[in-house]
Design a protein around this ligand. Structure first.
Ligand code: ADP
Ligand code: 5GP
Length: 203
């Protein structure tokens, strides 16, 4: 039975992680989204259980206490966390699980898990990043400034990741990530998961 693996996708707010991820899911039915929990408010159009599990701070901290998160962090003034159970199950079922999480969460996962591909999505420029965030029109002026300031800090962590992908043209960024995933599927150490099938006839 082949095992799946995790893809951690990080990058400054507004660089296009959600947009790129949606396109990856549309084109690749073996990639699934890890729905995070958060204490931030839902944006118009976001669906509880699909975009995020929207929780109160009390509910979130209860889950922390019960050790239900693979990682969690305070990002832009709110808690965000990755539920553990879903990931364990999907990896055992051979799926590729994509996590859209921040740098703090990525560093926690790096300490805990093997078989993770860390990808950092980079905007073509900081001015374009600002344009995209402003254009998305989902944050107040104050939140926008916080996200841009945090974006500068996050970019300094890019070398902690295995790969960077520039999201200038969406199509190129999606293809670059698909190429990284394809290479990961062919990693020699993953051969152990299909060995039985290949060698079966000689047993
Ligand atoms: P993130 O999930 O990283 O915060 P989003 O996916 O919400 O970012 O994208 C932020 C804004 O930028 C959205 O309005 C989205 O439509 C736009 N966007 C994403 N990728 C591109 C791209 N390659 N070119 C132009 N606009 C983009
Ligand atoms: P947003 O509020 O724009 O959806 O997300 C804000 C930031 O939180 C993004 O950088 C996103 O990657 C990050 N994030 C989303 N879910 C998680 C999570 O489960 N854990 C961590 N550490 N960060 C997350």
């Amino acid at each position: 039975m082949k095992r799946g693996f995790l893809i951690v996708l990080s990058g400054p707010s507004g660089c296009g992680k959600g947009t790129v991820a949606d396109e990856l899911f549309r084109r690749n039915d073996d990639i699934v989204f890890s729905v995070s929990a958060t204490t931030r408010e839902a944006r118009p159009g976001e669906v509880d259980g699909k975009s995020y599990f929207f929780l109160s701070e009390e509910e979130f901290l209860k889950k922390v206490e019960n050790d239900e998160f693979l990682e969690y962090a305070s990002v832009h003034g709110h808690y965000y966390g990755t539920p553990k159970d879903f990931i364990t199950k999907k990896i055992e079922e051979g799926e590729i699980v994509l996590l859209d999480i921040d740098v703090q969460g990525a560093l926690q996962i790096k300490q805990k898990m093997k078989e993770v591909v860390f990808i950092f999505l980079v905007p073509p420029s900081m001015s374009e990043l600002k344009r995209r965030l402003v254009g998305r029109a989902t944050e107040s002026e104050k939140d926008l400034e916080l996200r841009i300031a945090n974006g500068f800090k996050e970019i300094s962590f890019v070398e902690e990741y295995d790969f960077f992908v520039v999201n200038d043209y969406l199509e190129d960024a999606v293809r670059d990530i698909e190429a990284i995933i394809k290479a990961e599927k062919h990693r020699a150490k993953r051969f152990k998961y299909i060995k039985d099938r290949v060698l079966g006839e000689n047993k």
